[in-house]
Ligand binder design. Structure first.
Ligand SMILES: [Zn+2]
Length: 546
């Protein structure tokens, strides 16, 4: 098998030289390129349909044919009988690129081991209102340092607002709104797939609904979608859903609730109401979808627990307010409320530190453990003080165990929900990330499909392939059919599973055998090949203009 792997890899590299990332689209009919046959697998088309047993023939970067087993010969044949053959998974919410280049996994770990071991072949960045700007420059950077996986991006509303207005908590003036329109327009020309917002973060939270409608309209004009980390995902989540639907409706574009969830004990079960609002909007012609990661815990900075008024102007201003006893007391009360009712479910142990750049010995500990280590009593008040101390020391990323598993399954089953990790590219030994980085797609296939029976396998695959591809207009990916780009995953439906946990997050998923990106193996016989055929994907609006 080793010899086979080596020859297939060299074959792949040969193809890589023939068709670099900038070369024009190669048609499938070129007989001079070496071919690879995935023989006898259970082929899932990427549509919501059960599989068929078939041979899939790849030549160059394309799928040439999908046909009866045994009817085709190739330069190289991989026997995949009994295994699932699916389009490579497309993740519409990725933190592969982060505000700090030093934390951008796409550049640090371009082999994307945590992703390819799950079958992910395309990640779309720029989520939650943040993207690099200008996008054209950013895309050139990525093209200069290709990764194993494809990369595209949304343009972040918060990034645009920060560029034009800074971090002030106030409405945009007419001129500023116009300047933001121009930024969004430029990013869409550069190939963004739509506009993202992060309305719990600064400066996104400082924008009113009208501002978002105005900017969404520009994205919509270019065929983009509006994808939002909503203002609230707990007690006021339904108000936030109403706002998102309004923005999509008024903006005249499709809307997507990203990492859809309901947090806090008192909202348990209300996913049903959230989905009913989506159904009602769809019924009257507003195109709303959702994406989700399959965990009952979320992850974001500790900062989001601080009241919005205290964050006006950014972290330096927050520190000034915390130095004032009266304001600090108000902030502390809000943090206690957050711990009791919202993200802490009344127990500081439900808030776990993922990583603290100023002190990595804290990574992985929950707030109760940190208090105990420091000889302090575990109370909500002490936990609130601890959050303030951690914030002033530099802040931490945290994991919040604040959802109910039933709500996760209810949202997953909805026909308009896709799977997206809200993770990035991570590598073993680096901090203590949320396990969704290593496990999302494998967990849906193994735990939710095989173990719990929440979804049929073909439906789960559709939510990772054909559905996200269609959502952002990736017409040549997300499906197994002649002429589509050969982004493919071969996995064992009987064994595929996530291994990453909240205690031990740096565990690769299991059960994925081979992964191809544009016809090149990036994972072969469960081993990364080191090939980096990933491309920058730009929206069809961009392609039509150029
Ligand atoms: Zn988010």
């Amino acid at each position: 098998m080793k010899r086979l792997a080596a020859s297939l890899l060299s074959l792949s590299l040969l193809v890589a030289c023939a068709a670099g990332p900038d070369s024009p689209i190669v048609t499938s009919g070129n007989d001079t390129e070496p071919s690879v046959l995935l023989a006898g697998g259970l082929v899932f088309s990427g549509d919501d349909r059960p599989p068929v047993v078939a041979d899939v023939l790849i030549r160059g970067d394309r799928i040439v044919s999908v046909g009866a087993p045994g009817a085709t010969a190739a330069d190289l044949t991989l026997d995949v009988a009994g295994l699932a053959v699916a389009p490579g998974f497309i993740d519409l919410h990725s933190h592969a690129v982060r505000a700090s280049a030093a934390r951008s996994g796409l550049f640090r770990w371009p082999d994307a081991g945590n992703l390819v071991r799950q079958g992910v072949t395309t990640v779309i960045g720029g989520p939650d209102g943040w993207s690099p700007l200008p996008l054209a420059e950013h895309f050139a950077d990525v093209e200069a340092r290709p990764a194993a996986v494809n990369y595209g991006a949304f343009v972040g509303h918060g990034a645009v607002r920060n560029r034009v207005i800074g971090l002030d908590d106030r409405p945009a003036t007419r001129q500023e709104l116009q300047a933001m329109r121009v930024e969004v327009d430029q990013a869409m020309h550069d190939g963004a797939f739509g506009l993202s917002s992060g309305l719990v973060y600064i400066p996104g939270s400082f924008a009113d609904t009208d501002e978002l409608v105005e900017l969404a309209r520009i994205a919509g004009r270019h065929g983009g979608i509006y994808i939002s980390h909503m203002r609230n995902e707990n007690l006021d989540v339904l108000d936030s859903v109403a706002e998102l639907i309004l923005i999509a409706e008024e903006g005249g574009l499709p809307g997507q609730i990203t990492h859809a969830k309901v947090m806090s004990t008192s909202m348990q079960g209300r996913s049903v109401d959230l989905l009913a609002m989506v159904d009602a909007a769809v019924a009257r012609g507003v195109d709303i979808t959702l994406d989700q990661y399959p965990y009952a815990a979320g992850s974001t900075g500790l900062t989001v627990q601080f009241p919005r008024w205290s964050r006006d102007g950014g972290n330096a201003k927050l520190a000034e307010r915390l130095a004032d006893p009266e304001q600090r007391a108000r902030i502390r009360d809000e943090l206690i409320y957050q711990l009791a009712e919202v993200r802490g479910r009344n127990d500081p142990a439900n808030v776990q530190l993922a990583y603290c750049d100023f002190d990595h010995s804290l990574d992985g500990l929950n707030l109760s453990q940190v208090l105990e280590q420091r000889g302090r009593k575990v109370t909500l008040g002490n936990a609130a003080d601890l959050i303030i101390e951690l914030q002033l020391a530099g802040g931490c990323q945290a994991i919040y165990h604040a959802m109910h598993p039933d709500d996760v399954a209810i949202i997953m089953r909805h026909p308009r929900t896709m799977i997206a990790a809200d993770g990035g590219i991570e590598a073993p030994g680096n901090a203590h990330p949320h396990p969704r980085n290593y496990g999302t797609h494998a967990r849906v296939l193994g735990h939710y499909v095989r173990e719990l029976g929440v979804l049929p396998l073909h439906t789960a695959i559709h939510k990772m392939t054909g559905m996200p591809a269609q959502r952002i207009g990736l017409t040549d990916r997300g499906h197994i059919a002649p002429d589509k780009v050969a982004d493919l995953v071969v996995f064992d439906p009987a064994t595929v599973i996530d291994r990453a946990t909240f205690i031990e997050p740096h565990q690769y998923a299991e059960g994925v055998h081979h992964v191809f990106v544009a016809g090149q193996a990036v994972l072969l016989e469960k081993q990364p090949t080191g090939a980096r055929p990933g491309r920058v994907l730009r929206s069809s609006a961009h392609r039509n203009e150029n």
